[in-house]
Design a protein around this ligand. Structure first.
Ligand code: 0A1
Ligand code: ZN
Length: 894
C-alpha cells in the first residue's frame, strides 16, 4: 500500500473564500441525495487556478456553475477530489455560485465517518475529514462559512430532524415526508457540521446566561433511556455556569442540543450547537453506571461544551494545530472537574493516566510532539499526547503566570481571535502579550516528542548551611533539542515536619519565584543549580509538587525521606506520590530479584516499610471513618498499587513473564499482610455509606476506598471476603458496588464469579452500555478458559463488529488488562489480536487502528516476545487495507 504524508511545513492558505453554504439532504438509508449550494470567490491576494474540492465515496449527479449545467469536460473527478478547471471558472463571473448534487449510501457506512446510521437513526461525524464523505467541499478547518441546512425525511420513521444553529421552519411535505430548516449564524469550518434524524426522546431544560440570553437545552436519546439523562443535563448546566465564572464565557445560540447515539468512534463531538455523543458519555444513573462512568459523563459534557469557545469560536488553522483546541479544552475540563469534586484527587487521576498511557506513547514508535509535523491519517493523531500532554503544556502557562495571568491571556486570545482559525503560536503570543512575559521558550514544548527527564542531586554544605539542588534536564527522544522551560514547584520540611519558608533564606536566584503563594523554580538551561543558604540540615525537599510539569523526575530519595513526606507534605499530590514511590521501588526490586532467581513467586512480599505506611493509612482511615472532612478517594488511591502499565514502563527490556508473576503475587501478599485492616476499612466505610446513591466527592471517595479495600481483601484469599463480595453483589445497591464486587471476584476467584456473571447477563441483556461491561470483564480478567474464552465472546450473539463500544470492550480490554493471555508464551495472544484487527479493518479502520496499538511496543520486550510481535506486525503490514492501520504498523516496523 502507498500512502502520502501531509506536512505542516507545506501549509498554504486557502485559494477560495466561501461566503455561504446551503445544504439540502433528502434522507434515505441506502441513497441520500445531498444538494450543496455554495457561494465562493477568490480569497484576498489569490490568483485564479483550478478549484479543488475534497470528496470521497460520493456519486456525482450534477454540477451547476452560476446556474449553468456543467459538461463533463468542465471538471474532473478523482477518488478524492472534484476539480473544476480554471478555464471553466474563467468564463464565469465571481462570486461563483456552485450547485453540486451527489448521492451517498449511509447504510453501507460502517466506518462511522460522514453520514451514517446508528440503530436506524441518521447522524454525522465530520472531524477530522469526514465532511468530504458527505459532499464536495473545501474540507479544511481554515475555510469558515455560514450554513443553512434543510433536512427532508419520512416523518413517521424520522420524526426528529436536527442540524446546527437555530430552527427556522418545520413543515410537512407530500408523501408522508417532512422538512426542517436550520440556520447557523456563526461561521464555522465544515468539521463542526452536524445533522441528526430519527426517533428520539428529549429531555429539556433552560439556562439563562450571564448576558441574559435564554437558552433551550435539549438532550436527545432513544426514548427508553430518557430517565438516564438527568446527570448529563445537570453537568451541562454546571459547565455553562462554571465557564461564565472562571473565564467570563457565555453561550451564544438560543439552543444547545446533545444527541446520544450507540455507534460512535470516539467519546463525543463538539459540533456547533448540536453535539453528537457516544451514549456512554450521556446515559448514567445509579443502577446502570459506576462512579467512574458518571465522572466521565460530567467531564465529557463539560469538555464538549467548553469547545464552543476553545475550538468553535476560535478554531484551528490546520490539523497540526489540534492541540490548540484539545489541549486547552482538556485543561479546562480538568479544572472544572477539580472544582466540582476534589482537586487533588482529580490531579492524581490525571497524572496516573498520563504516566500509564501517554508516557508509553511518547516512548514508543508513535511518539510525536503535541504539534505533530506530519501525518498520513489525521484520525491517528487524536492521541493522549495531543490531548493529555497538550493539557499539561497549557497548565504550564497557568503555573508560570498564576490563575489571574492565565485569565488575562485567555481574554486577549478571544479578543484577538474570535471567529478566526489560528495556530498554537497565536495562543502563546496572547499569553505573552497579556502578561508582558517572554514565553518564547515555551515553543519547544510544542516541537519535541518524548518525555523529558529531570535528574536532581541534592547536597548540604554544613559549613555554609547551604543546600545545593543540582538539576539536569534531557530528553532521550530528542537528545539535541533545546532545553525546555520547566517550572518545578518546591517546598522543604524540617525534621519535625514543619514547612520551611524559602522566603527566609538568603537567596538572590531570579529563577526562584513565588506564584500564588507557591515557590516555583524555573529551569531554563540544560543544567542549573539552586543554592539555598541559611537553612537547617534536616530539610527534606518536596519537588515537582502537584506534578508541576509533565516530566520524569529522576531523584533517588531515601525511603526515610519518602516516609517523612508521606507524613508531613502539605501537598496532597506529593503525599500520594511518596507512597506510590515506596510501592514502586519495592515492586521493582522484587521483580529484579525474581529475574535474578533470588526469589520465587511464593516469596514475594511487601517490604516492612511499605507495610508500615499502608498500615498507618488504613488505621487512620478506620479511626477517622466517621469524619466528613476527609478526602477518602485520596486514601483509595494512596492504598492502590501503581498501575501495571506504569510498572512496565520502568523496565527496558520488560521482563513481562516475571512481572506477570510478581505483580499479582505482590497484590496477594499485600492483601494477606493487612487482611484485618482491609476488612475493617471495608466495613467501617460501608457503615458510613447510605444505601441511597449520592454523587458527590464524599460519597464517591468512600465508595472508592471501600471497594479498594474489598479488592485487596479478596486478593488475600480470605473466604470471608468472597462472602462479603457476593453479598455486595446480591444487594444490588448500585452499579459502582455491583461492578466492584464482580471485578474483584473475577480477578481473584473466577469460579465464584461465574453464577453472578450469568445473573448479571440476565439482568442487563437489553442495555448495551451495561452489557459492554459484561464483555469487558470477561475479556479483561477471564483466565480459566484461556484464549478460547475470549474468542467465544466474539461468537456471542450479542457481540457486534459494527459497534465500536462492543469491539473495544472485547479487543481493548483483552490487550490492556488480560496481560497473562495477551503475552502468553507461545505468542498466540499477539496473533489473535492481529487477526481481529485485520477483520475489523475492513469494517471500521479508525477503531482498528486503536486496537493495534498494544502490539507496537514490541521493541520494549525481551527477545522472544519481540520476535513474536514483530512477526505478527510484519504479516499484518502486508495484508492491511486502510491507511489508518498502515500508518501505525509502518511506524512500529521502521
Ligand atoms: N473533537 C472531539 C473528539 C473527536 C475527534 C475525532 C472524531 O472522529 C475522528 C470524533 C470525535 C473531542 O475532543 O471531543
Ligand atoms: Zn475535544
Amino acid at each position: 500500500m502507498h500512502a502520502e504524508a501531509k506536512w505542516l511545513k507545506d501549509y498554504q492558505p486557502p485559494v477560495f473564500e466561501v461566503m455561504d453554504l446551503k445544504l439540502r439532504f433528502e434522507l434515505a438509508p441506502t441513497s441520500t441525495v445531498v444538494t450543496n449550494s455554495l457561494c465562493c470567490q477568490l480569497a484576498n491576494g489569490q490568483v485564479l487556478s483550478d478549484m479543488l474540492l475534497d470528496g470521497e465515496c460520493l456519486t456525482l449527479v450534477s454540477i451547476r456553475l452560476n446556474d449553468q449545467l456543467l459538461a463533463s469536460s468542465d471538471y474532473r473527478v478523482t477518488d478524492t477530489q472534484l476539480i473544476i478547471h480554471q478555464a471553466t471558472l474563467a468564463q464565469a463571473v465571481a462570486p461563483y455560485q456552485l450547485d453540486i448534487v451527489t448521492e451517498i449510501n449511509p447504510q453501507a457506512n460502517t466506518a462511522l465517518e460522514g453520514l451514517y446510521l446508528s440503530s436506524g437513526r441518521f447522524c454525522t461525524q465530520c472531524e477530522a475529514e469526514g465532511f468530504r464523505k458527505i459532499t464536495y467541499f473545501f474540507d479544511r478547518p481554515d475555510v469558515l462559512t455560514t450554513y443553512q441546512t434543510t433536512v427532508i425525511a419520512d416523518k413517521a420513521k424520522y420524526p426528529t430532524l436536527l442540524a446546527n444553529g437555530n430552527l427556522v421552519s418545520q413543515t410537512d411535505l407530500p408523501d408522508g415526508r417532512h422538512q426542517a430548516v436550520w440556520v447557523d449564524p456563526h461561521k464555522k469550518p465544515c468539521y463542526l457540521f452536524a445533522l441528526v434524524a430519527g426517533e428520539f426522546g428529549c429531555l429539556t431544560d433552560h439556562y439563562t446566561t450571564a448576558e441574559g440570553r435564554e437558552v433551550l437545552l435539549e438532550i436527545y436519546t432513544e426514548p427508553r433511556h430518557l430517565a438516564k439523562c438527568r446527570h448529563a443535563m445537570d453537568s451541562l448546566i454546571a459547565s455553562m455556569k462554571w465557564d461564565e465564572q472562571r473565564f467570563g464565557l457565555s453561550y451564544d445560540l438560543d439552543r444547545y442540543m446533545i444527541v446520544a447515539v450507540d455507534d460512535f468512534n470516539m467519546g463525543a463531538m463538539e459540533n456547533k450547537g448540536l453535539n453528537v455523543f457516544n451514549s456512554k458519555f450521556v446515559l448514567a444513573d445509579a443502577d446502570s453506571a459506576t462512579d467512574i462512568d458518571s465522572e466521565g459523563v460530567e467531564a465529557v459534557i463539560a469538555h464538549e461544551y467548553f469547545h464552543n469557545w476553545t475550538g468553535n469560536r476560535v478554531t484551528c488553522r490546520d490539523w497540526f494545530q489540534l492541540t490548540l483546541k484539545e489541549g486547552l479544552t482538556v485543561f479546562r475540563d480538568q479544572e472544572f472537574t477539580a472544582d466540582m469534586l476534589s482537586a487533588p484527587v482529580k490531579r492524581i487521576e490525571d497524572v496516573r493516566r498520563l504516566r500509564s498511557h501517554q508516557f508509553a506513547e511518547d516512548a514508543g514508535p508513535m511518539a510525536h510532539p503535541i504539534q505533530p509535523q506530519s501525518y498520513i491519517e489525521m484520525n491517528n493523531f487524536y492521541t493522549l499526547t495531543v490531548y493529555e500532554k497538550g493539557a499539561e503544556v497549557v497548565r504550564l502557562y497557568q503555573t508560570l503566570l498564576g490563575r489571574d495571568g492565565f485569565r488575562k491571556g485567555m481574554d486577549l486570545y478571544f479578543q484577538r481571535h474570535d471567529g478566526q482559525a489560528v495556530t498554537v503560536d497565536d495562543f502563546r503570543l496572547a499569553m505573552t502579550d497579556a502578561n508582558g512575559r517572554n514565553l518564547t521558550q515555551m515553543q519547544a514544548w510544542y516541537q519535541q516528542a518524548g518525555t523529558p527527564k529531570v535528574a536532581v542531586k541534592i547536597t548540604y554544605q554544613p559549613e555554609q548551611q547551604a543546600w545545593l539542588l543540582d538539576f539536569e534536564q534531557h530528553n532521550p527522544k530528542a537528545p539535541k533539542a533545546d532545553p525546555l522551560l520547566i517550572p518545578i514547584k518546591l517546598a522543604a520540611f524540617d525534621g519535625q515536619g514543619r514547612a520551611w519558608s524559602l522566603a527566609t533564606c538568603a537567596n538572590d536566584d531570579a529563577a526562584l519565584t513565588q506564584v500564588a503563594g507557591e515557590w516555583v523554580y524555573l529551569l531554563t538551561e540544560a543544567t542549573q543549580t539552586l543554592r539555598v543558604t541559611g537553612a537547617p540540615a534536616d530539610l527534606v525537599w518536596s519537588l515537582l509538587r502537584d506534578f508541576s510539569a509533565p516530566v520524569i523526575l529522576d531523584y533517588a530519595m531515601t525511603p526515610a525521606d519518602r516516609l517523612h513526606l508521606a507524613k508531613f507534605d502539605t501537598d496532597p499530590f506529593n503525599r500520594w506520590e511518596m507512597v506510590q514511590q515506596l510501592l514502586l521501588a519495592d515492586l521493582i526490586s522484587q521483580v529484579q530479584q525474581h529475574e535474578a532467581h533470588q526469589l520465587d513467586s511464593q516469596q514475594v512480599r511487601p517490604a516492612e516499610a511499605v507495610v508500615t505506611v499502608l498500615k498507618t493509612l488504613l488505621t487512620e482511615a478506620i479511626t477517622d471513618s466517621t469524619r466528613t472532612d476527609v478526602d477518602w478517594a485520596w486514601y483509595g488511591y494512596a492504598l492502590s498499587l501503581p498501575d501495571i502499565g506504569y510498572v512496565i514502563e520502568q523496565f527496558e527490556p520488560v521482563p513481562i513473564a516475571t512481572l506477570l508473576q510478581v505483580y499479582p503475587a505482590y497484590q496477594r501478599a499485600l492483601g494477606v499482610a493487612l487482611a484485618d485492616l482491609w476488612q475493617q476499612t471495608y466495613h467501617t466505610q460501608t457503615a458510613q455509606l447510605s444505601t441511597d446513591y449520592a454523587y458527590n466527592a464524599q460519597a464517591i471517595g468512600r465508595r472508592l476506598l471501600k471497594n479498594r479495600a474489598l479488592q485487596a481483601w479478596l486478593a488475600s484469599g480470605d473466604a470471608a471476603a468472597v462472602t462479603a463480595a457476593q453479598a455486595q453483589y446480591q444487594r444490588q445497591a448500585h452499579m459502582t458496588d455491583v461492578s466492584a464486587s464482580l471485578q474483584g471476584l473475577m480477578q481473584w476467584h473466577e469460579a465464584e464469579s461465574e453464577p453472578l456473571m450469568q445473573d448479571f447477563y440476565q439482568r442487563w441483556a437489553d442495555q448495551p452500555l451495561v452489557l459492554d461491561k459484561w464483555f469487558a470483564w470477561q475479556a479483561g480478567y477471564g483466565k480459566v478458559q484461556g484464549l478460547s474464552g475470549v474468542q467465544r465472546l466474539l461468537e456471542h450473539p450479542a457481540f457486534s463488529w459494527t459497534n465500536p463500544n462492543r469491539v473495544r470492550s472485547v479487543l481493548g480490554s483483552f490487550a490492556r488488562l488480560n496481560l497473562a493471555l495477551f503475552h502468553q508464551t507461545d505468542g498466540a495472544g499477539y496473533q489473535w489480536l492481529a487477526d481481529q484487527v485485520l477483520r475489523l479493518d475492513a469494517i471500521n479502520p479508525q477503531v482498528a487502528a486503536r486496537m493495534v496499538v498494544p502490539l507496537i511496543q514490541w521493541r520494549r520486550y525481551q527477545p522472544q516476545q519481540q520476535a513474536q510481535m514483530r512477526q505478527v506486525l510484519q504479516d499484518l503490514h502486508t495484508k492491511i487495507a486502510s491507511k489508518d492501520v498502515f500508518e501505525i504498523v509502518s511506524k512500529a516496523l521502521e
